[in-house]
Ligand binder design. Structure first.
Ligand code: GCU
Length: 681
């Protein structure tokens, strides 16, 4: 067994039957005429996939039915004959057309670019791997989102900030690795899931990484870009806003200083010399002690536009993060509200950014908690490019020791109606650029991979990585569909396996939420590493992350009348519902309101009884996940089975720890008994 290394490109052998026969009939011969390295990679993928799934040899010589792959203008006569002009016109730069044409004796995959062709090949392999018929294919598929990006938080010393799957596979001992084989496999995985942009270093750009845009590192960065390029992926770098001062070159990083502006222009020229298709910069500025324009009395637009100007003529973009808040707050101060910060900082700047700047906004106003409302910045920026940022890394959702399939959470965010422009103004239509007609738009997420054999530590966490890519490509896919694809491609098509893993995945977010911080209040974790329960871990800290539990009640008052006024950052009925104690949805109650433990939820339970019930049930359901998994013992390779079993065992135990700490804490604070008299300590 490969221990999960091949992930969703494992190409498990398919069962014999009529579909299998259909595949064998069409797939054994492949016609390719182009030498382009991306087309050749597609060909190689096709061979590998088909030979493994069908256990046949793929030939490019034989007569009879075949698969034809190539660009429309690439000189492959079959491709030209199968697709009409109006079909070709519908295919975007990364999309493809696919058509089964019995008269021509082939299934043709055509793209306007080699990357599109590659996506088409991955698409057909995915159809086959999930046992879909292929004899009537006729569609044009384009990605919905322009930018489909992964952000790495890897440091050049080999560590990974918030990494839960080992060390970096990009770096070792302050150098970029020599052997790029694993990076190539990573690019294949990412490309097959639909990713087209990867930033390779941490948003917290430390000393050495500041030099990534200098001759010390650029040649090596360019080697990685070369691997990505084959798979249709553009490389981005996180940069240090104070870069110009780093080696004493300049005495300021003031974005309005002509010397500083020139410095960045020179840098851009140097970078594009080494990497002609360089994507651009990711910037964390004036956030959590990172340098930024505030030092010089300038604003975010001044900072971002300076960088944007340097990159513009090369086609590069600046991705400027909105994760900006006061991280030195006084916990006694109840007026300052971290949740307000991104909106308060960026809403006034709407329309001031150059059009090759994109603001990157975290999905929620805080920081990737298991439950948060959608960031009110979505809907507030009408004249600014924006991408949403999710966290695939499970920093606050079990750190890849607990299973927590996050696609349902992301779906919920994407389907949220902001009411920003008429009745229906969904986040997914802001993010894909259609609502406001943006030049750039899309979706980004913090990676969850490392050098663990299976990439993600927890094998089931691969579903989040795959799922993120698929969702970025097409946000209309359901969490169920994505799970089911991932399961077939990873474990094969046994319906029992599929049924069980699908249930585990789809229940997991709800289970995790049940035994951790209740009703949207968040945090309650150990400081710094963020793993495991600690109800007051952040209560008296400077980070703006409080629950305000006392003997009477709990929650953060973010209402307009008596609280921080955060609820008013939403539009129309959203603002009204969140502000109202009666209408606020249960799962977010403590995010918006401070209530007594005896407050009755829509569910009919009191807050305190809800806490007890959710935690007892959550821990029990966590234990059931292990039982469900045990049913697969005979159906999976031992290695894969055992990996997950180990993690689920740990989760079951750790969920009890969560249960008991949370329940005991609130029992002791409130003095209110559990009506079912279960053990609380
Ligand atoms: C979180 C995380 C940090 C990270 C930050 C960010 O706060 O804990 O490690 O740097 O997000 O997104 O910039």
């Amino acid at each position: 067994s490969d221990s999960g290394y091949n992930a969703w490109l494992s190409y498990p052998v398919l069962p014999h039957g009529s579909l299998y026969d259909q595949y064998v009939k069409w797939c054994g011969t492949v016609k390719v005429t182009e030498e382009n390295e991306t087309i050749q990679a597609a060909l190689q993928e096709w061979r590998q996939g088909i030979e493994s799934m069908l256990d046949i040899k793929v030939s490019s010589e034989s007569e009879g039915l075949c698969i034809a792959i190539g660009t429309f203008q690439g000189g492959n006569a079959v491709i030209r004959s199968v697709f009409a002009e109006d079909t070709i016109a519908k295919v975007g730069s990364e999309g493809f057309a696919i058509r089964t044409r019995a008269e021509a004796g082939c299934i043709a995959i055509g793209g306007s670019t080699p990357a599109g062709v590659l996506h088409g090949v991955f698409h057909l392999l995915r159809l086959i791997g999930s046992l879909s018929p292929i004899e009537q294919l006729d569609e044009v598929v384009n990605p919905v989102n322009g930018l489909r990006m992964i952000n790495h938080w890897d440091n050049v010393d080999g560590s990974v900030e918030r990494g839960y799957a080992g060390r970096s596979f990009f770096y070792e001992n302050n150098r970029i690795v020599d052997d790029l084989e694993r990076i190539r496999d990573y690019a294949r995985l990412m490309s097959s899931a639909g990713i087209n942009a990867i930033s390779i270093n941490n948003v917290n750009v430390h000393e050495w990484e500041t030099l990534f845009i200098s001759p010390a590192y650029l040649p090596d960065v360019s080697r990685i870009a070369g691997v990505f390029r084959v798979y249709g992926i553009r490389l981005f770098l996180s940069v240090n806003f104070a870069g110009p001062m780093h080696e004493g070159e300049l005495e300021t990083a003031d974005p309005l200083d002509p010397g500083v502006r020139q410095w960045w222009k020179n840098k851009a020229a140097e970078i594009y010399e080494a990497i002609p298709d360089f994507g651009g910069f990711v910037v964390k500025a004036d956030s959590e002690n990172r340098p930024g324009p505030f030092t010089y009395g300038r604003d975010h637009a001044d900072g971002a536009n300076m960088l944007a100007e340097a990159l513009e003529s090369f086609g590069g973009i600046v991705i400027w993060r909105c994760f900006v808040y006061n991280c030195k707050q006084d916990w006694r101060d109840r007026k300052t509200d971290r949740a307000r910060a991104a909106y308060d900082h960026f809403k006034p700047l709407d329309g001031k950014f150059n059009d090759n700047v994109i603001l990157q906004i975290k999905n929620g106003p805080m920081d990737f908690q298991v439950r948060e409302p959608v960031s009110p910045l979505f809907g507030a920026l009408e004249r600014t490019n924006q991408v949403i940022e999710f966290q695939i890394a499970q920093e606050y959702t079990g750190q890849q020791r607990h299973v927590c399939y996050l696609v349902p959470q992301w779906k919920e965010v994407m389907e949220f109606n902001t009411h920003a422009k008429g009745e229906t103004s969904l986040v997914k239509h802001i993010v894909d650029g259609s609502l406001w007609g943006n030049r750039y738009s899309g979706i980004a997420a913090v990676s969850n991979v490392g050098n663990n054999k299976n990439w993600t530590g927890h094998l089931l966490a691969q579903a989040n990585l795959y799922g993120f890519g698929r969702l970025a490509w097409n946000p209309d896919l359901s969490a169920e569909e994505i799970a089911s694809e991932w399961i077939s491609l990873t474990f094969g098509t046994d319906p029992v396996v599929s049924g069980t893993i699908s249930r585990i995945l789809l229940d997991s977010w709800n289970i995790y939420e049940s035994y951790t911080a209740p009703l949207g209040v968040g945090w309650m974790i150990n400081p710094e590493h963020h793993y495991g329960p600690n109800v007051d871990g952040y209560e008296y800290s400077q980070w703006g992350t409080y629950h305000y539990a006392d003997h009477q009640g709990i929650g953060v008052d973010r209402t307009v009348q008596t609280g921080t006024g955060y609820s008013a950052q939403y539009i129309g009925s959203n603002a009204e519902h969140y502000d109202s104690l009666e209408d606020c949805p249960d799962e977010l109650l403590l995010f918006f309101h401070h209530v007594p433990y005896t407050h009755v939820l829509h569910s009919g339970k009191t807050v305190i009884q809800h806490i007890y019930d959710a935690h007892f049930e959550g821990a029990e359901r966590a234990a059931e996940l292990l039982t469900m998994w045990s049913g697969l013992k005979e159906r999976l390779t031992e290695d894969l089975y055992v990996q997950v079993e180990d993690r689920l065992q740990e989760q079951a135990g750790h969920a009890k720890e969560w249960r008991d700490q949370i329940n005991s804490y609130f029992y002791r604070k409130s003095g209110i008994e559990d009506i079912n008299m279960r053990s609380i300590y």
